[in-house]
Design a protein around this ligand. Structure first.
Ligand SMILES: Cc1ncc(C[n+]2csc(CCOP(=O)(O)OP(=O)(O)O)c2C)c(N)n1
Ligand SMILES: [Mg+2]
Length: 1062
C-alpha cells in the first residue's frame, strides 16, 4: 500500500471549538448598515437566533427593510410577523415539510432530548439551529467515512503502510479508533458529552439496519467497522445513487462480514490446498522458477468464491487472464487441471505434438467441470499469455465478448471474464487503461469484468513509491466508475465478503469491479531470487509474519469451529493427493501442448482433409445480388434521408455492378457478403472503419435528420445470413487489436478483421503482433485467422502516413529463405499450413476479394497481414471484372504479365517483379516510354509464403530478361530483404536443374515445369552462371518516408526512370 501516512492526533479534550462551526456561514458583516436598524425581537425568545448569528440576522433585516423581496420568503415572513408584534417565539413559522419520510428516516423533532440542558424543540415548536448543525455534521461524518474511510483502513498484513492499529489511543469511551483527520477532517468537534446523544440517520447510510437513529458513539463505531477495518472501499466517485446505496447496503450493516461455521471450514480447506500446493512444489523442485503465491494464498479461495457466487447467479463460462504469479496454483486449484499434467511440466520432457511451446507459467487451459458448491457445470478457460504483463487483458475481453456473442448472451449473464493483475503491472501498463475503456462500448463490452489484484506491494525489486504516482495501484479503474474493494489478505473472511459483493455487483450492474487483495510476497520475485538485497526491512517483517493459513487455522480452532486434528487431517490429505499425482507424472514420457489449449475448436478439424481448400470464386448471381443491395439506399428510402454525396457514391457503385466491375470497396463488400451468405460471421473493427478512413467504405449510412438512425446494407443481404458486425473502435491499437485477436480464437467460422487507421500505427500494438499473432500458434497450438488491414503506400503523405512496416512482418515470417519446398498439387495450401502467417500486398480488388475468402476456405486458420491501398481505392485502373471473381476463379498468388510482353517473351529485356500499388506507377511509366514489349511486369499478390512455384514459371518464361525487383519503399524497408534471398534460392535451384537437363539433352524448360526433381545419377553438372535479381527502388533511409512532397516526387521519378533502363 502506498498511501499517505496518517497521523493519529485526535485530542480527547479541550476542543473549545464546536464541531459544527464550520457549517456556519459567518457573514461578512456589511460595513454599511450594521446597527443602523435593530430587529425588535428578543433573540432569546427565538431559539434559532444566537450570538453567532445575530450579525447575520441584522444583515438580513437591513436587506429586508430595503427590499422585502431581496430576502428569502421565510425571512420575509419572520420579519413581517416580528414587526407586526408577534409574541416572542412566535414570529418564526417553519416551512411545511412536504416530503414524506423515507423508510429509515425519522422526524428530527423526535430525536431532540427534552431535557438535560441541551437546546430543545418539540413538535411544532421552532427548530433549534444547533440541532440542525449537529445533524448535518453527523451526516458529513458519515459521508466522510464512506468517501475516505479507506485511507485509514487496516489493509496491510505487514502493517508497513498503515502503521500498527491504534490500540490504546482511546477516542470517546475506549472505542478502537482509526478515524482521524484524514477521514473526518474538520468535522470532529464533538466532545465526550455528545457521544450518547442520539442522531437521526440519513437515508444514505445503512449502519442502523432497522434503527432509524443511533447514539453518536455507535454511529462512529459502526462506521469504523464498515470502512476502517480490514476492508477499504472506494466507491463514492460512482455517479449513481442507486449503485452507491447498493454498496452501502452490503458493506455497512454490523456483522455483515460474519461467516457461519460451514463457510469458515470451506475457506480453511481451500486455503489449505492453496498453501499445500506451493509447499509441495517448493519441496519437490526447490530451485525451479514457479512464481509462487506465498503471501497471497488467499487468492485461490477468493477466486473460487467469485466463481461460486457467479455460477450461482447464472454464469456458465468464465474466461480468465492472469500473469505469472500463482498461475500454476490457479490451474491446479481453481481450474482443477489434473495435477500430474502440471507436474510433468517440471520434468523437462519433449513434446509429442508440433509447436515450440512455452514456459509452464504462461500456458493456457480449458476445463469443463462440475462446480461442487453450486452443483452446476461450468467451463473455465485461462488464456495463454506472454511474459508481457497485462497484454492478455484485451485478448480475454475479446474472447469473452465472442463467446457471449455466439451464445446470444447479450447481457453477459452466462459468460464472464476475470482478470488477475499484479500491483505494479496494473498501475504501470497502459493497456490496462485501454482495456478498461472498452468495458462500456457497445461492440466491445463484456458486461462487467471482475478484476482481482494480487497486491503484494512490490514489483520485482521496486517499491510502490517508485512505481506509481497514484495512491493505489487500482486507481486506473476509477475512470470507468468501477467500485474498488481493498482488502487485507490476511483476513480471509473479509476477503470472501468482498468477493461475494463483487460477484453480485457484476451480476446486478454488469459493470467492472476491482478486488485489491493487499498481501505480501514471502519469497523473492521468483524462488531463486534474494529479496533482502533490496527490501531488507520489508522482508524482516515478512519473516516474522505467520502464513495466513496458520493464522486462520488458529482463529478457527480458538473459535471452536475446527480442531487441530481436523486441520492436520485436511493438510495431510492434500499432500497425499499431490504425492500420488507426482508419482503418476513420473510415468509420463512426453508432454502434449494440446493439453494446454485454451480455445479448443471441437468439430472444426475433425473429418477435414488438412490440405484441401474450398473454392473462393462465387457465382455471378451472388455477386450481383450483394452488389445491388450494397449500392442501394435503405429500403425505406423515402423516410430515411441519407447524405447527397452518398447517393452519388451508391449510384456509381450500381453502375459498376451493371458493368460487371468492382472497385476495392465493392470487392470487399462482396467478400464479406458472400461469407455472410455462407453462415460466416464477419466482424470488422478498428478506428473509423464504418465509414473508412478514406471515406470509401460507407458500411453504415446515417439518417441526416434522425439521430442514431443508421442502416447497414451488409446486415440485410439475405434473411438467413450470418450477422455482420462493423464497429468503430476506441482510439486504441494495443487494446483493440488484442481484443480482436481474442475474438478470433473463439470461433473458427468467423472472419475477424482489424483495420489500422494507417498501417503506420500498428506498432502501437506491437506486443499483440509479436507475442500473439506471429508466434501464438507455435507457442500455444492456438490458431487464429485474424486479418490485419493496413493502409500502406508511399504517396507523399509524410513519414507517419506511408508505411505499415511491411518489412517487419516479413522479417517475422517463419519460412526458411534457403529452402524451396518441393512442388506438389497442393503447393499453395501446404505452404500456408506450414507458415506462421500470411503477408500480402494485393494490387487488384479481385485479389482482395479472394484472399479474404481464402481465410475461410482454408481447412485451418492463419493470420493474414494485408497491406491495403489508399489512392488505389479511387484509381481508375484499379478495378476488377466479375470474370476474376466468379465461380471457378481463385486467388492468384502471382499475377503474371498479360500484355504485349507476354506474347513475345523471348524478346523481353526486363522482367520486373513488384507488389502492391507501385504496379500502377510502373505500368504508366512503361506505357509513357513505349516499352510495353520490352518490359514484363509480374505482381506478387502474396509475398509470404513466397510463391516459388509461380515465380519460377514466370522467370522461366522470359529467359533473356534481366530480373529486377521494383518497390516504392526504401531499400531497407518493404519486401526487398525478404524476397532477395528467396529469389536467390530459387535461381540457384533453377541453375542446377538447367545443368542437369542439359546433360540429359532435353529442354531445361520441360524439366523446370516437371514435378520430378529426383537427381539424375548419370547427369554431369555443367557450370552455368545463375541469373540474379537486382533492386529498383528508393535508397536506404532512417525514416519511412520524406516529409517533403518535392523530395517524394523526385524519389519516385528516379525509381521509375531506373525501372526503364534496359
Ligand atoms: C511488460 C513487461 N515489462 C516488464 C516485465 C518484467 N517483469 C516481470 S514480473 C515484473 C514485476 C511485476 O510486478 P507485479 O505486477 O506487482 O507482479 P508480482 O510479480 O509482484 O506478482 C516485471 C517488471 C514484464 N514481464 N512485462
Ligand atoms: Mg507485485
Amino acid at each position: 500500500m502506498h498511501r499517505a501516512r496518517i497521523v493519529f492526533n485526535i485530542s480527547k479534550s479541550g476542543q473549545s471549538e464546536r464541531f459544527a462551526s464550520w457549517l456556519l456561514n459567518k457573514p461578512q458583516t456589511a460595513a454599511v448598515s450594521v446597527n443602523a436598524n435593530r430587529l425588535k425581537s428578543s433573540t432569546a425568545a427565538e431559539p434559532f437566533l444566537n450570538g453567532s448569528s445575530s450579525a447575520y440576522v441584522e444583515t438580513m433585516y437591513n436587506a429586508w427593510l430595503a427590499d422585502p423581496n431581496s430576502v428569502h420568503a421565510s425571512w420575509d415572513a419572520f420579519f413581517r410577523n416580528a414587526t407586526n408584534g408577534a409574541q416572542p417565539g412566535a414570529a418564526y413559522t417553519p416551512p411545511p415539510n412536504l416530503a414524506p419520510y423515507n423508510k429509515n428516516e425519522v422526524p428530527l423533532t423526535s430525536l431532540v432530548p427534552s431535557s438535560g440542558g441541551m437546546p430543545s424543540i418539540s413538535a411544532g415548536s421552532p427548530i433549534n439551529e444547533k440541532i440542525i448543525d449537529d445533524h448535518l455534521a453527523v451526516q458529513a461524518i458519515i459521508r466522510s467515512y464512506q468517501s475516505r474511510g479507506h485511507l485509514v483502513a487496516q489493509l496491510d498484513p505487514l502493517g508497513i503502510s498503515t502503521g500498527d492499529p491504534v490500540s490504546s489511543a482511546d477516542w470517546h469511551g475506549g472505542m478502537r479508533a482509526f478515524a482521524n483527520e484524514a477521514v473526518i477532517r474538520q468535522h470532529v468537534r464533538f466532545d465526550e458529552a455528545d457521544m450518547d446523544r442520539v442522531f437521526k440517520l440519513p437515508s444514505t447510510t445503512f449502519i442502523g439496519e432497522k434503527e432509524k437513529a443511533l447514539p453518536l458513539r455507535e454511529i462512529l463505531n459502526r462506521l469504523e467497522q464498515a470502512y476502517c477495518n480490514n476492508i477499504g472501499i472506494e466507491f463514492m466517485f460512482i455517479n449513481s445513487l442507486e449503485q452507491c446505496n447498493w454498496i452501502r447496503q452490503r458493506m455497512e450493516p454490523p456483522n455483515v462480514t460474519k461467516m457461519n461455521a460451514d463457510q469458515k471450514r470451506l475457506i480453511l480447506a481451500r486455503l489449505t490446498r492453496s498453501t499445500g500446493f506451493e509447499n509441495f512444489l517448493a519441496k519437490k523442485w526447490s530451485s525451479e522458477k514457479r512464481f509462487g503465491l506465498e503471501g497471497c494464498e488467499i487468492l485461490i479461495p477468493a477466486m473460487k468464491q467469485v466463481i461460486d457466487v457467479s455460477t450461482k447467479l447464472g454464469v456458465e463460462s468464465i474466461i480468465m487472464g492472469m500473469p505469472h504469479r500463482g498461475r500454476l496454483n490457479v490451474l491446479a486449484n481453481v481450474c482443477r487441471k489434473p495435477l500430474h499434467q502440471l507436474f510433468t511440466q517440471f520434468a523437462g520432457l519433449e513434446a509429442e505434438d508440433d509447436g515450440s511451446g512455452d514456459v509452464k507459467y504462461h500456458l493456457g487451459t480449458y476445463i469443463e467441470r462440475l462446480n461442487r458448491v453450486t452443483n452446476k457445470n461450468i467451463r473455465l478457460a485461462v488464456c495463454a499469455n506472454p511474459s508481457h504483463l497485462e497484454a492478455v487483458d484485451p485478448v480475454v475481453q475479446g474472447k469473452t465478448r465472442a463467446e457471449q456473442f455466439y451464445r446470444g448472451d447479450n447481457e453477459g449473464k452466462k459468460v464472464m471474464s476475470i482478470l488477475l493483475h499484479g500491483d505494479a503491472a496494473f498501475a504501470g501498463q497502459g493497456v490496462v487503461f485501454e482495456t478498461m475503456h472498452l468495458s462500456d462500448l457497445p461492440a466491445y463490452t463484456t458486461h462487467g469484468t471482475i478484476h482481482i489484484v494480487a497486491n503484494n506491494q512490490i514489483g520485482f525489486t521496486t517499491d510502490p513509491r517508485h512505481s506509481r504516482s497514484s495512491a493505489y495501484c487500482t486507481d486506473v479503474a476509477r475512470v470507468v466508475n468501477a467500485p474498488i474493494f481493498h482488502v487485507n489478505g490476511d483476513n480471509p473472511e473479509a476477503v470472501m465478503h468482498v468477493c461475494n459483493v463483487a460477484a453480485e455487483w457484476r451480476a446486478t450492474f454488469h459493470k467492472d469491479v476491482v478486488i485489491d487483495i493487499v498481501s505480501y510476497r514471502r519469497n523473492g520475485h521468483n524462488e531463486v531470487d534474494e529479496p533482502m538485497f533490496t527490501q531488507p526491512l520489508m522482508y524482516q517483517k515478512i519473516r516474522k509474519t505467520k502464513p495466513v493459513l496458520e493464522k486462520y487455522a488458529d482463529q478457527l480452532i480458538a473459535e471452536g469451529v475446527v480442531t487441530a486434528e481436523e486441520v492436520k487431517d485436511v493438510k495431510d490429505k492434500y499432500e497425499k493427493i499431490c504425492e500420488d499425482a507426482y508419482n503418476q507424472a513420473k510415468q509420463e514420457t512426453h508432454i502434449k501442448y494440446k493439453d494446454w489449449l485454451d480455445s479448443p475448436w471441437s468439430g472444426f478439424f475433425e473429418g477435414k482433409d488438412p490440405l484441401k481448400m474450398s473454392a473462393t470464386g462465387v457465382v455471378e448471381e451472388t455477386l450481383v445480388h450483394i452488389g445491388r443491395r450494397f449500392s442501394s439506399p435503405p429500403p425505406n428510402a423515402a423516410e430515411f434521408e441519407i447524405h447527397k454525396g452518398l447517393l452519388r457514391i451508391l449510384k456509381s457503385r450500381m453502375e459498376m455492378v451493371d458493368n460487371r466491375t468492382v472497385d476495392w470497396a465493392l470487392a470487399e463488400a462482396m467478400a464479406y457478403g458472400s461469407l455472410l451468405k455462407e453462415g460466416i460471421h464477419v466482424r470488422l473493427s478498428g478506428e473509423d472503419v464504418e465509414r473508412g478512413t478514406f471515406s470509401h467504405r460507407h458500411h453504415v449510412l446515417h439518417h441526416q435528420k434522425v439521430d442514431k438512425a443508421t442502416y447497414c446494407a451488409l446486415a440485410h443481404l439475405y434473411p438467413d445470413q450470418a450477422p455482420y458486425t462493423v464497429c468503430n473502435s476506441s482510439l486504441s491499437e494495443y487494446g483493440v487489436l488484442g481484443f480482436e485477436v481474442g475474438y478470433s480464437v473463439t470461433n473458427p467460422n468467423a472472419l475477424v478483421l482489424w483495420e489500422a487507421q494507417f498501417g503506420d500505427f500498428n506498432n502501437v500494438a506491437q506486443c499483440i503482433i509479436d507475442q500473439f499473432i506471429s508466434s501464438g500458434q507455435a507457442k500455444w497450438v492456438r490458431q487464429s485467422g485474424i486479418v490485419l488491414l493496413q493502409p500502406h503506400g508511399m504517396e507523399g503523405m509524410g513519414p507517419e502516413h506511408s508505411s505499415a512496416r511491411l518489412e517487419r512482418f516479413l522479417q517475422m515470417c517463419s519460412d526458411d529463405p534457403d529452402y524451396m519446398p518441393p512442388e506438389s498439387p497442393d503447393y499453395e495450401v501446404r505452404q500456408l499450413h506450414d507458415c506462421n502467417w500470411i503477408v500480402a500486398n494485393c494490387s487488384t480488388p479481385a485479389s482482395y476479394f479472394h484472399i479474404l475468402r481464402r481465410q475461410i476456405a482454408l481447412p485451418f486458420r492463419k493470420p493474414l497481414i494485408l497491406m491495403t491501398p489508399k489512392s488505389l481505392l479511387r484509381h481508375p485502373e484499379c478495378k476488377s471484372s466479375f470474370d476474376d471473381m466468379k465461380e471457378g476463379t481463385n486467388f492468384k498468388r502471382v499475377i503474371p504479365e498479360e500484355g504485349p510482353a507476354s506474347e513475345n517473351p523471348q524478346n523481353v529485356r526486363k522482367l520486373a517483379f513488384c507488389s502492391g500499388r507501385v504496379y500502377y506507377d510502373l505500368l504508366k511509366q512503361r506505357r509513357d516510354k513505349g516499352l510495353e514489349k520490352d518490359i514484363a511486369i509480374a505482381r506478387l499478390e502474396q509475398i509470404s509464403p513466397f510463391p516459388y512455384d509461380q515465380v519460377k514459371a514466370e522467370i522461366a518464361k522470359y529467359p533473356n530478361a534481366q530480373l529486377v525487383w521494383s518497390q516504392e519503399e526504401h531499400k531497407n524497408m518493404g519486401s526487398w530483404s525478404y524476397i532477395e534471398p528467396r529469389f536467390r534460392t530459387l535461381l540457384q535451384n533453377q541453375k542446377q536443374i538447367r545443368a542437369k537437363s542439359q546433360s540429359k539433352g532435353g529442354s531445361w524448360l520441360s524439366q523446370l515445369f516437371g514435378r520430378d526433381e529426383s537427381p539424375q545419377t548419370n547427369a554431369q553438372e555443367t557450370e552455368t552462371v545463375p541469373r540474379t535479381i537486382s533492386y529498383n527502388g528508393r535508397a536506404t533511409a532512417a525514416s519511412p518516408a520524406t516529409g517533403s512532397k518535392a523530395a517524394h516526387n523526385k524519389e519516385l521519378r528516379n525509381l521509375l526512370e531506373e525501372f526503364c533502363v534496359l
